[in-house]
Design a protein around this ligand. Sequence first.
Ligand code: RRO
Length: 313
Amino acid sequence: MSNSSVDISTTLASAWFPAPIFTASGCASSGKELAQFFPLKDIGAVVTKSVMNKPRHGRPTPRMAETPSGMLNSIGLQGPGIDAFLANDVPWLLSQNARVIVSIAGETVDEYAVLARKIRSTAGISAIEVNISCPNVENRGMVFAADCDTTARVIDGVRKVIGGEIPILAKLTPDVTDIVSVARSAVDAGADGLALINTVLGMVINLDTMKPHLGGRTGGLSGPAIRPVAVRAIYQVRDAFPQIPILGMGGVASGRDALELILAGASGVSVGTASFGNPTAIISVQNELRELLAQRGFTALSQAVGYAHRNGN
Ligand code: RRO
């Protein structure tokens, strides 16, 4: 079968995308840097850096550390604030004919609702990623997805504002004992889909200073090192909620990696850390994936989603 005959379009709840590979929130800002390498309309969607209500400087430097097969970041939600973002970044992305998934983050349940209200009055947004799992916050109490109750409160607040208009994806952390119960809280509170996984909380100590290397001390681990964690989380959640669409991410750098997340249950896959070293990684992942699907006899990506669960696996 010719690989061009594979239908790689996908859906996340009511949102349709012509292609299944997305940017990962935080790894391509609002897409402008990547647009010099390929047309943004060629990928599934740009998932923008989580934006807060007010502009924010983020954490002290250093904000990055290399690790074996990955890296730590400690950005701390740096960004322009929702008003500037909606005025500048979203119109620019739409002018590129890109699909846009806006990622939002708040310090309180109310802040998420305020953000949702502002997004609701902006046309053209495909979906909202509700990031309740940023690891780079002042205390674990602000990692809403570390707790079922706070997960439900944030998602419920956003759902009430958004109504049925735009799909809501809850972004979860793997740093919990039971991600399925957190996913259940999000779904019961009205999430249409889930984004799995955020980075894994980690730390590097500088042996010269003998102190934590990162200005914020801890950071989020990303890259190939966390891919098996992502595959596990996606598989577990898909097993529990086969009808809930999953946008998967975590260490994807090749078509083979993306296919692994899809077989585990992801309907779309974000590429993040790999884009730092290779800005065209998203396009090669997408092309490789199409080829791998054809080689396995799939005529549509949707046939491969969750395939690892079939026949009692
Ligand atoms: O900004 C960050 O430091 C950050 C965020 Br919002 C997130 O969700 N995950 C991450 O690794 N870093």
